[in-house]
Write a protein that binds this ligand. Structure first.
Ligand code: ZN
Length: 488
């Protein structure tokens, strides 16, 4: 049913485009406002479809769309085009953050890292995030495109826990009617997607998903049981621990671990050591069958265990100490420093435990992708710089065994598909919106080259990717930056 609604939506857009195309024919070409075409010539093209990289390519952009894409010699460069030489460089689809929680200060940092779209996996207040989306569209906010989801919809807290800190801004529902009403309320306020949380009863979650799909809105959720979430029609499950909890077969062990983590008694990274790989095949099978994507969000929890950890730390601290970025909230530098320090000071037994969890997670990543599963790379900015975190995740995915081309899809087309927007976004293909970035080097050979960002384009327009000490968002978020605590 959901598919039908989505198809109808796609059909509607198609008709609109045909009408626009007809208009174009009726009006004399001279009357049609056209921008000067841009041709990017001589770079290595990684189009994001999974196709092999094309050395010595030509990419032509006109009126905000990719007009022609391919090998040099097979693509003509329009007369009068602005030519950008890209020898020794690569052209990649603009990054789409698989797990964004957009804040008013993030615009410049995202752009500097080639991130063109921030699909929010929860945000609030709903009016603010919707206003940000519109502000970016009309040019009053300098930052990535925003796709909005708003307050988390969740069930009542488990007995004995009191109100969970992270539930303070959630909409708590306990019946199917309440769930449907909550979804409708957010849809009416203009959200593009719906975020569900772990405490919803299965039938209540199901009602929320049905209602969201009725309006063509995708659903993203935290999950303690992926089998149920898949059955209920989620587009993706968020965070590595959704797999951890799902794999644990003893209900008491799972319950104690869940409550322990909720109350801050068990560290999130440590939870992963409890994973049961014997369940991996079953979990993978259902996720593939039901097309449930998965956000690893593992840079934010595990990057000190990466083989790239030393460079990561150095890069991040240098960035956070950049005087032009003095406007960033102080907690990011503080949290990043103490996060790396925590791993450095970790007792050997504990480190071994955490490493064992990370290794199992790598194995799941490998097997899930090999079976055709779709991963999302995302920031989930806890003790990590948003936007940058995606690049760290890409390095970690390649380390786990993905090819660089597979890794790149986790931060572009896979996310666009989950949001139902792959017709326009997520890859460099003729007719799609010209969101892309240019880097020095060749990420199809060395994934770390994604970080050598030179130019970023959104809607075919070159963005300013430098930092300005006086960067200001004209619409400050009206509540404290991180009152929620924990991953949202
Ligand atoms: Zn989150």
């Amino acid at each position: 049913m959901a598919r039908e609604v989505l198809m109808l939506k796609v059909g509607y857009f198609y008709r609109t485009e045909i009408l626009i195309a007809l208009f174009g024919l009726i009006l004399a070409p001279g009357l049609w406002a056209q921008t000067r075409p841009i041709a990017i010539v001589g770079g290595t093209l990684i189009d994001g479809t999974g196709a092999a990289a094309v050395a010595d390519s030509v990419v032509v952009i006109r009126d905000g769309k990719f007009q022609e894409v391919g090998e040099r010699g097979k693509v003509s460069i329009p007369q009068g085009a602005e030519v950008i030489e890209a020898k020794g460089k690569s052209i990649l689809p603009g990054l789409i953050d698989g797990h964004c929680h957009y804040r008013d200060w993030m615009g410049e940092v995202y752009l500097a890292y080639g991130v063109v779209t921030c699909p929010n996996i929860s945000n609030n207040p709903v009016e603010w995030i919707v206003a940000q989306r519109e502000g970016v569209k009309n040019g009053s906010v300098r930052g990535p495109r925003v796709w909005a989801s708003a307050n988390i919809i969740d069930g009542p807290p488990p007995e004995g826990t009191g109100t969970l800190r992270r539930q303070r801004t959630s909409i708590i529902v306990d019946s199917e009617d309440e769930a449907r009403k909550a979804v409708r309320g957010l849809v009416e306020k203009g959200v593009d997607g719906i975020k569900l949380f772990e405490r919803l009863k299965p039938q209540v979650a199901k009602a929320a998903v049905e209602e969201a799909h009725k309006y063509g809105r995708p659903v993203f959720g935290h999950s303690l049981d992926i089998f149920t979430s898949a059955e209920n029609g989620y587009q993706s499950v968020e965070h590595s621990w959704s797999v951890v909890y799902t794999s644990i077969q003893d209900p008491k062990k799972k319950h104690d671990l869940d409550i322990g983590r909720m109350l801050g008694k068990v560290d999130t990274a440590e939870v992963h050591a409890q994973m049961e790989p014997a369940m991996f095949d079953k979990i993978i099978k259902v996720m593939i069958e039901k097309n449930v994507h998965w956000s690893t969000t593992w840079a934010t929890w595990f990057r000190p265990l990466s083989t790239h950890a030393a460079e990561m730390k150095q890069r991040e601290l240098a960035l956070l100490r950049n005087p032009q970025l003095k406007y960033l909230p102080a907690y990011i530098l503080k949290d990043t420093e103490s996060f790396f320090a925590k791993y450095e000071k970790m007792a050997p037994e504990k480190r071994q435990e955490v490493v064992s969890g990370y290794k199992m997670l790598q194995e799941f990543v490998r097997r899930f992708t090999a079976a055709g599963g779709k991963i999302h790379s995302g920031s989930d900015p806890n003790h990590v710089v948003p936007g940058y975190a995606i690049h760290a995740e890409l390095e970690m995915l390649v380390e786990a065994g993905l090819t660089p081309l597979q890794a790149l899809q986790t931060a572009s087309i896979n996310v666009a598909q989950a949001w139902g927007k792959e017709k326009d976004y997520g890859s460099i293909e003729k007719g799609k919106v010209a969101d892309f970035f240019i880097v020095r080097g060749d990420p199809s050979k060395n994934i770390s080259d994604t970080q050598n960002v030179e130019m970023v384009f959104i809607d075919g327009k070159k963005m300013d990717t430098s930092f300005h000490a006086d960067y200001k968002n004209p619409m400050p978020r009206p509540i404290e930056d991180r009152p929620e605590g924990g991953s949202q």
